[in-house]
Design a protein around this ligand. Structure first.
Ligand code: GLA
Ligand code: CA
Length: 774
């Protein structure tokens, strides 16, 4: 009967079912019962596959859902990405690739339940964590707090989500069994009234008859936990699972357990190694959870691609995410099963009483022979609007969401060696004087200054700034683009006086990153040659459309569109060198490609490969923090604290006997609990009041050893706000180990909080330590 209804429903979808029409399945029920979730009155273990509809071409949605089903999952889990649905204030779009209702209907058609996570904030390595950029037009807005304007807009958005999905809850015959309230609020703040307000908004917009839950980390979920919601934990491959649920079990001994994000792999950032997580460890984690009746959602089961400008950036610091969201997930970026998939499928088969459906066929993959882009137009041809402004203005204040800007003004006479300070460049600035390239100022490297040659009074200063994704994690999500504050030049006069000019009277050119802008610029194009900044266009032939991977390794930095589809950002520093080109967006015969390269290509050629290159780092300078000149001499220094940590998982606090002052925090590991390498997952420094100091200005100054051969375990991982990532030394390098953090400015520190690795036995945990401030 159920099958027949599903079949009838599929027919209705094909015929273009009216939006508000109630799904045809009989009503069911889902709730958190005693020690188990109850589905239609029976205990039920949620095995959810996280996948994101805007990261998959709509043409492939059904294939990917079937892949999840064949893997042994019974549910799909998805975020709703506010900013893709409301590109401009009040203009909503739920069509085509944004058609969440269709996505959920497809899941139901294949007998899959659905977990919806409508935010409003979602994180997800997505531009601004899913929040629309235009919120920043209200400069003093408080995001993810009870700011009246923020809450008003959340309300309006949730109303739309309710219209799309509110009649698809299980009790109304739809597939939706759970709906999430906010997202990991514990890593943002402590604010139960705000989280309660979001709960009420979600409830009132169609979700008052469905299990509502909130997810967080085991270390912080109590801060914002509401009594009437289901609580779930997020943690990654390798985590000590009993330890992750220990506190929750104490507080709610009879609650069913669920890991709402079990991280199968991890995301990649420009300029850092490709991330992977071992298949065996991932599967062991799932096996352990299932053996204990614990529900889970595997984040990601299929990661897909952050097309166009939708990739976000991590913080503290500024670490923009690459375009691929492969995530080292069981189903790779282009929808194919990996060895991880088959290993996991075997395990999920063990816990299923039915034989799993066979694995769907792969989408075809094709090669495209090398071809050249032949037409060119300079970046200035993309200027859509110019404004004059005495003071600096951000992109948002000038009503643009994404793209590049050129800030132009006249310089005073300057002696050689003067310093240009850009406060702050968001994100990648290139500086020109009288048309000549002087250098770049890259936010990823925390750069803000550039040394200038001598210039004559009135010389033309141009700063070309390309914005990357807005930060999606932590307090820094309020990430304005362009130049956020001001630009100054300074030098010391021959008499030794400091001379400084705050530059004023700007001409600001706005270059949106829309496809149409490139098309229009190129309509006035000329013959292309390599090495120029600007738009390039070419065509290529495909006999049989299929998935392919466009090799951009000859190109500098920018974005690509094929047949009008934005494929995303490329950057020669890697690790991603190819862009996924889905076959469903290619034509048989001729195809158009447009590239915007803000740095300039070395050659004009592109080709389509049959496998992606996601692991090819091409840095000018190493990522490691091992410059001997940065290593302090601590021999005669007095430690602020010395002692031994205890063994095991979880946070430990060291309180100094007396407050210590310094800009640099050095932690020496004299020995480890198990011998062998040392590791630290997270570090906080405590201020004079015993509160955690903000880690936003922190940078890694020095580490004697960093394991970047097996993963990404550089020193910056100790303050990246992620408990599952860690600094680790290279196996075989003997203690003592040293890590030094630059706190950004001199601070008074009264103690340190230390978190060892989250895995069973806390591998690499430190025993004897000395802590210094200098
Ligand atoms: C958190 C967030 C997710 C995602 C993962 C990392 O768990 O909730 O949206 O950002 O981290 O991939
Ligand atoms: Ca970390």
């Amino acid at each position: 009967m159920k099958k027949l209804l599903a079949f009838l429903m599929a027919g209705a979808i094909g015929a273009g079912a009216a939006l508000a029409q109630a799904p045809a399945e009989p009503a069911g029920s889902f709730a958190a019962g005693e020690n188990a979730f109850m589905l239609n009155g029976e205990p039920f273990v949620v095995k959810a596959a996280e996948l994101h509809y805007p990261r998959i071409p709509a043409e492939y949605w059904e294939h990917r859902i079937e892949m999840c089903k064949a893997l042994g999952m019974n549910t799909v889990c998805l975020y709703v990405f506010w900013n893709i649905h409301e590109p401009r204030e009040g203009e909503f779009d739920f069509s085509g690739n944004n058609d969440i209702r269709k996505f959920c209907e497809l899941a139901q058609k294949h007998g899959m339940y659905v977990i919806v996570r409508p935010g409003p904030y979602v994180c997800a390595e997505w531009e601004m964590g899913g929040l629309p950029w235009w919120l920043l037009k209200k400069e003093d807005i408080r995001l993810r707090e009870q700011d009246p304007y923020f809450m008003e807009r959340v309300n309006l958005f949730m109303e739309q989500v309710g219209k799309q999905l509110g009649d698809m809850t299980i009790s109304k015959g739809g597939p939706i069994i759970m709906v999430q309230v906010e997202n990991e609020y514990g890593s943002y703040g402590v604010d139960k009234p705000y989280v309660s307000a979001i709960r009420d908004i979600v409830k009132k917009n169609g979700f008052d008859d469905v299990a509502l839950f909130q997810c967080d980390w085991s270390s912080n979920f109590e801060n914002n936990g509401l009594d009437d919601l289901v609580w779930t934990m997020n943690f990654g491959t390798g985590a000590n699972i009993d330890e992750q649920f220990r506190r929750l079990k104490e507080l709610r001994p009879d609650a069913p357990l669920m890991c709402s994000e079990f991280w199968s792999g991890w995301f990649d950032k420009w300029g850092a190694n490709h991330e992977t997580r071992t298949a065996d460890d991932m599967v062991a984690g799932i096996d352990e959870m299932l053996s204990k009746g614990i529900s889970f959602s595997l984040y990601m089961t299929h990661g897909g691609t952050s097309w166009g400008h939708w990739a976000g950036a991590n913080s503290p610091g500024f670490a923009p995410d690459v375009t691929s969201y492969d995530y080292d997930a069981p189903i790779n970026e282009y929808g194919q099963p990996t060895p991880k998939y088959y290993l996991l499928r075997n395990t999920l088969q063990k816990y299923s009483d039915k034989k799993l459906p066979s694995v769907p066929k792969n989408k075809p993959v094709v090669a495209v022979k090398p071809f050249e882009l032949t037409k060119y137009a300079p970046i200035s041809a993309g200027v859509r609007r110019t404004v004059e402004s005495t003071d600096m203005a951000t992109m948002e204040s000038l009503d643009m969401g994404w793209g590049s800007m050129i800030y132009t003004t006249a310089l005073p006479a300057l002696p050689a060696g003067s310093m240009l300070s850009i406060n702050d460049p968001h994100d990648f600035a290139q500086v020109f004087i009288d048309g000549e390239y002087i250098g770049k100022v890259d936010r990823v490297k925390n750069e803000k200054t550039l040394i200038l040659p001598a210039v004559k009074e009135g010389a033309k200063l141009e700063i070309l700034i390309e914005a990357m994704g807005r930060i999606n994690f932590g307090r820094a999500i309020k990430d304005f683009k362009g130049i956020t504050d001001g630009v100054a030049v300074s030098y010391s006069s021959p008499q030794g006086h400091a001379v400084k000019y705050d530059l004023k009277n700007w001409r600001i050119d706005l270059i949106p990153d829309d496809y149409e802008v490139g098309v229009e610029a190129l309509s006035r194009g000329i013959e292309a040659k390599a090495g120029e900044r600007g738009y390039y266009k070419g065509t290529f032939k495909v006999n049989k459309p299929g998935d392919t991977f466009l090799d951009m390794s000859a190109w500098g930095k920018g974005q690509v569109w094929v047949n009008g589809h934005p494929l995303g950002r490329f950057w020669k520093i890697g690790p991603q060198q190819t862009l996924y080109m889905p076959g469903c967006w290619l034509n048989k015969g001729e195809n158009e490609i447009i590239v915007l390269d803000v740095v300039g290509p070395e050659a004009l050629s592109v080709e389509g490969l049959t496998t992606p290159k996601l692991d090819d780092l091409n840095l000018e300078k190493t990522n490691l923090h091992n410059n001997p000149g940065d290593c302090p001499d601590l021999n005669s220094a007095t430690p602020a604290a010395a002692g031994a940590f205890s063994s095991g998982n979880g946070w430990q606090t060291v309180t100094f006997a007396a407050p210590a002052k310094g800009r640099y925090l050095a932690i020496q590991a004299l020995s480890t609990q198990a011998g062998g390498e040392a590791a630290i997952a997270e570090i906080y420094a405590l201020d004079a009041n015993g509160q955690r100091l903000s880690r936003e200005p922190w940078t890694a100054k020095y580490a004697n050893s960093e394991n970047d051969a097996q993963g990404n375990h550089t020193a910056d991982k100790v303050y990246d706000l992620q408990e599952s990532t860690y600094w680790a030394t290279v196996p075989g390098v003997a203690a003592p180990h040293l890590i030094v953090i630059d706190l950004g400015s001199e601070q008074t520190v009264t103690g340190v909080e230390y978190l060892p690795r989250a895995e069973q036995g806390a591998p690499g945990s430190i025993k004897d330590y000395k802590i210094y401030l200098y």
